[in-house]
Design a protein around this ligand. Structure first.
Ligand code: PRP
Length: 461
């Protein structure tokens, strides 16, 4: 974004420093090691945020030794605070190789990348079924999505995912890197293939760094030869950035799994599933207005929160996991893992209107009343239809009756509310149910406890 400042100078808000470095670096084949300390402006959910960023770029002929040097510097950067850290690696060659093995539309590729990054196995399965994708592809995607651990512990499964040259090359590169890193004594790096960065920017190894108690990634980087080619440069490149201002978000951690439950009937049903799986907390039945309940024996702490706030608690790390309706997840698009479908709280997100309403004969912008403006906007955007959103907080069915809107986008469970108000559903946008979500960083630091909990819960669903 560029604009003229008060002094008449041309100013710019940069989304990225790497782009300027790539543009200005001489492509003379000589190795360059560069660093910067800058403020950048990045999309964050539905808005832009200012970020203080320190980064390094290594440009030239990048081999495995240079890659390991960059990774070790990343790890040392994380360790400066003296807190427990994680540095996780992925290789874009796996997801790119898998996607190129199937005939997929651009939209399908985008959806798959999104589901992989959410570790959303239930939706991935449905997706493969819906588009009749091969079972081999489905299995490889499932492995890619769920695999998490050291190179040694996942090496065997990686072999099964090698279905073409691209995936085979990726595996060899990871193997070579693992050997160099282990000779340097760096063994604590995990592989996580659900980290998928921009495929048009990154080409090989990518990595992310985390510090215990900070709810988001604090360091991110990778090999970006593809970006170099876009600028017509022959050199390879690898680099990373550390997001300094995120260090302030540090919070206390303890041995409990913190669980955000949606207040109300859905939360009670969800709690019953946790209890059945061995995560009971009898104090929760106390007749009180308390909002926090602990069971030290079972290592869990429950919070009752407003249903639409569950993703906020989880994304910001106040809760490690939580139960949220798919409607809330689609509306707020939180940066979380979506691990299980609880198969409760089932309903549909629908377009409804007065009986006989014909949207195509309207001849003007469609007026849509809803509590879910983002879901409604994205649904009509895909149809190429211009709409006027009327944001309401409840009793949505009133809007078409009083002539406030032409249609509503709302949840339909039994259909009784529509029926009693002479409205009818005429399109289903998406099926809804409650999902188990997890903070991406808590998941990594509490991997054993959270994956055990998921396993136990799966058997109760
Ligand atoms: C939800 C939804 C519908 C109704 C659908 O409203 O917004 O109005 O339930 O249920 P049904 O198909 O079983 O009739 P909610 O009860 O959350 O109240 P609200 O009107 O305040 O949003």
């Amino acid at each position: 974004m560029t604009f003229t400042g008060a002094s008449g100078k041309l100013m710019a808000l940069r989304p990225d420093v790497t782009l300027s470095i790539v543009k200005n670096a001489a492509d003379d084949g000589r190795l360059k090691k560069l660093y910067y300390n800058e403020t950048v402006y990045r999309p964050d959910g539905f808005e832009f945020k200012e970020r203080m960023q320190v980064g390094l770029e290594c440009i030239g002929a990048i081999d495995v030794t240079l890659t390991s040097e960059v990774l070790m510097l990343a790890q040392q950067s994380l360790e400066v605070l003296g807190k427990p850290t994680r540095l996780d690696i992925s290789h874009m060659g796996f997801i790119a190789g898998l996607l190129n093995n199937e005939v997929l539309t651009e939209e399908q590729r985008t959806q798959i990348l999104q589901l992989v990054s959410e570790k959303n196995l239930p939706e991935l399965r449905k997706f493969c079924q819906k588009y009749a994708l091969s079972s081999n592809f489905g299995t490889s995607l499932a492995t890619l999505t769920t695999l998490y651990g050291s190179y040694k512990s996942v090496a065997k499964q990686l072999e099964h995912m090698c279905i073409n040259d691209a995936t085979e090359t990726a595996r060899h590169e990871l193997e070579a890197l693992y050997h160099v890193l282990s000779t340097q004594g760096v063994l604590e790096i995990n592989l996580d293939f659900s980290m998928v960065n921009d495929l048009s920017y990154y080409s090989g190894i990518i990595f992310q760094g985390y510090i215990d108690g900070i709810p988001t990634k604090i360091l991110s980087g990778g090999r970006y030869d593809k970006l170099m080619r876009k600028f017509g440069k022959r050199s390879d490149a690898i680099g990373f950035a550390v997001y300094l201002d995120l260090l302030e978000r540090h919070s206390q951690t303890d041995d409990f799994i913190n669980i955000a439950l949606p207040k109300g009937r859905l939360g009670e049903k969800a709690y019953n599933i946790f209890e059945k799986a061995g995560y009971g907390c009898p104090a929760i039945y106390e007749d009180s207005r308390k909002l926090v309940f602990e069971s030290p024996e079972n290592g869990v702490r429950y919070f009752w929160v407003k249903p639409s706030d569950v993703p906020i608690y989880v994304q910001r790390g106040a809760a490690d996991i939580g139960v949220a309706g798919k409607d809330i997840l689609l509306e707020y698009a939180p940066e979380v893992y979506e691990l299980l479908d609880f198969d409760i709280g089932k309903c549909r997100m629908c377009v409804a209107a007065e009986k006989g309403f014909a949207p195509d004969q309207l001849g003007r912008t469609l007026r849509v009343a809803t509590k879910f403006p983002n879901i409604a906007r994205s649904y009509y955007e895909k149809q190429g239809r211009d709409i006027d959103i009327i944001g309401l907080n409840g009793s949505i069915e009133l809007a078409p009756i009083l002539g406030l809107s032409d249609v509503i986008v709302d949840l339909v469970e039994t259909g009784q509310t529509l029926l009693e108000n002479d409205l009818e559903p005429f399109e289903t946008i998406v099926d809804i149910s409650a999902r188990l979500i997890a903070n991406k960083v808590s998941y990594k630091f509490n991997y054993d406890a959270i994956s055990k909990l998921c396993q136990k819960i799966s058997t109760c669903l």
